[in-house]
Every structure is written in structure tokens, then in C-alpha cells.
Design a protein around this ligand. Structure first.
Ligand code: GUN
Length: 301
């Protein structure tokens, strides 16, 4: 029987730890954890994600600040807002929701976030720390950190001797995911749109992580019997079988057929998704603790 990994339950337990940690920091050090989330433009998916992040921050007892800026915001005005939040002592985490509208250059904006407030782990300082195996002093990108926690709960701390294949090489997910797996001693392959014989490469994986954004691309014949499959994709597709105009969310993995061959699998929704938000809260409370010299290791990827 396949084990369906319950990301919702695991995320809820992580959120409870975040709540305790933030309450302790406030009681013992008088510091209320602060998270600022910036969203520019009117992309509906971005607004849904950002509202969920702001809501969860409030639920964790944080000072939760959301900046909603119009599409025509200038590079200069966005940079000025990040500068102001960098200087704001009440804010411990800053997140600029991606993608930004086309006329804005996200690179300099992301890199201008102070590394110690970069709860998305996208600043080159944090990416570099992860790439050099320093998991103690930086901040790790939330989705890979969340996926890694699910993998650790399935396989333990040490992935020695296991082959991991990550499909996708983005800075937000694929690259940091590969670094985390490598750090846990897995033998890691990063596959992407230019990879030849992708199904064959995937069949070599004991741990297969898919993050491409192509609905149900990973089929059963791509998956080794007994593998762990982590599905990071989430796409809304039409579902006429549910009635006219209805839609449903699917991942990058053809869940029903892959469940027949894999040992463990994350569902969509309810797998990696809830872990992303939980890890964002964890990163923020970690960043807040560091400002008073209290290291907080319990959530570390
Ligand atoms: N857009 C989609 N996922 C993310 C994320 O994890 N962080 C940011 N900043 N933008 C995103």
C-alpha cells in the first residue's frame, strides 16, 4: 500500500512549533516577530498566495504587514520600500512575491533584501551558504526546505546510497532542493527541459522530486518501484467531469497511476503546498530569534 504523505498535518505541527517559539520570544525578549510581504500588480494566483501567507503570519502571532502595490509601480519605488523594510527593526522577514510585472527587474530587488531578512532564501549570500553546506547561519528557500522535511520524515537524516532526481533547476526550487539532498548525502541528478531521455533518468531515482509546472507529466513508467515521489507542481485544470466550468488542482505527477508503483507520494493539494507557508513562518521566527542572539535549530532543513 502506498503511503500518501500528509503535508497538511506535518505543516500544522510545524506551525504549532512556530507559535510556541514566537510566543517565547515575545515573553522572554519582548520581541514580536514581524513579516512584511510585498505583492505588485493583480495576478490572482499571487494575491491568493500572499493573502494565505499574511493570514498565517497573523495566526502565528506575528506582526504581519502586507504591501499591495499597483502594477505600474516603478523600480525605484519598489526599491525604496525594500530599503525602508530593511531598516525597520520591527520587521524580521521580507518577501517579495514573484513573478513581478514585466517592466520590473526582480534580480536587484531580491538581492537588495538584507540576507538576515531574506526569508525566501534567494539572496546570493543565503544561496551561497546553502551551496557551501552551511545550513546553520543562512535561510533556506521555503518550498525546498519543506519538501526536504517530508523526505527526512520518510527516509531519516542520512540519504547515503540513495539516488535523488530533481526535475527543474530554478533558483527558487530546483537548485536549492538539489543542494539540500546533496547535503544529506544523496547522489543527486538535476534534470531539466534540455535533459535527454527524461523518463529513463527518472527511473533511476529512489527519491523523485518534480517541479516543472506541467500537469501530470510524470507517469507511472517513469517511476522506480518503491520510490518516494515528491510533487511540487500545482496547476489548475478544467474538470468537466465535475460539472460545467469546474476546475481542479493537479501536480506534475499523474497521482493515481504513480501511486501504484511508488512507496510514498505527496498529494496535490495537501502535500508540499502547506509546507511552503509553514517554512516561511519558520524562517521568519528563526530570523527574529537571531536578532537577539537566540539560535533556533528545530526547523532547520
Ligand atoms: N512565487 C511562487 N512561489 C514563490 C515563493 O516561494 N516566493 C516568492 N517570493 N514568490 C513566489
Amino acid at each position: 500500500m502506498v503511503q500518501v504523505i500528509d503535508g497538511k498535518r506535518i505543516a500544522a505541527s510545524l506551525i504549532n512549533k512556530v507559535k510556541t517559539a514566537s510566543a517565547e520570544l515575545q515573553a522572554q525578549n519582548g520581541v514580536r516577530t514581524g513579516l512584511a510581504v510585498i505583492v505588485v500588480g493583480d495576478d490572482p494566483a499571487s494575491h491568493t498566495y500572499v493573502s494565505a501567507k499574511s493570514r498565517m503570519a497573523k495566526e502565528c502571532g506575528f506582526n504581519s504587514v502586507q504591501h499591495t502595490l499597483p502594477t505600474e509601480t516603478s523600480q525605484h519605488d519598489l526599491a525604496t520600500l525594500v530599503k525602508m523594510l530593511n531598516a525597520d527593526e520591527k520587521i524580521h522577514g521580507i518577501l517579495v512575491q514573484l513573478p513581478l510585472p514585466k517592466h520590473l527587474n526582480s534580480g536587484p530587488i531580491i538581492q537588495s533584501i538584507l540576507p538576515e531578512k531574506d526569508v525566501d532564501g534567494l539572496n546570493v549570500v543565503n544561496a551561497g551558504k546553502l551551496a557551501t553546506g552551511d545550513l546553520e547561519t543562512g535561510l533556506v528557500s521555503c518550498t525546498p526546505a519543506g519538501a526536504m522535511l517530508l523526505i527526512r520524515l520518510t527516509h531519516g537524516e542520512d540519504l547515503s546510497g540513495l539516488n535523488a532526481v530533481v526535475i527543474g533547476r530554478s533558483n527558487l526550487f530546483g537548485r536549492p532542493m538539489a543542494q539540500l539532498l546533496l547535503n544529506a548525502n544523496a547522489t543527486v541528478t538535476v534534470a531539466h527541459s534540455r535533459t535527454k531521455n527524461l523518463p529513463e533518468v527518472c527511473r533511476g531515482a529512489d527519491i523523485l522530486v518534480a517541479a516543472v509546472g506541467r500537469p501530470e507529466m510524470v507517469r507511472a513508467y517513469w517511476v522506480k518501484r518503491g520510490a518516494t515521489v515528491i510533487d511540487v507542481g500545482i496547476t489548475r485544470i478544467d474538470a468537466p467531469e465535475r460539472g460545467e466550468g469546474k476546475t481542479r488542482l493537479v501536480g506534475d505527477v499523474a497521482f493515481a497511476e504513480v501511486s501504484e508503483v511508488s512507496e510514498s507520494i505527496t498529494p496535490v493539494p495537501g502535500g508540499v503546498g502547506p509546507m511552503t507557508i509553514a517554512m516561511l513562518m519558520a524562517n521568519t521566527v528563526i530570523a527574529a530569534h537571531r536578532t537577539v542572539g537566540r539560535p533556533l535549530k528545530i526547523f532547520q532543513a
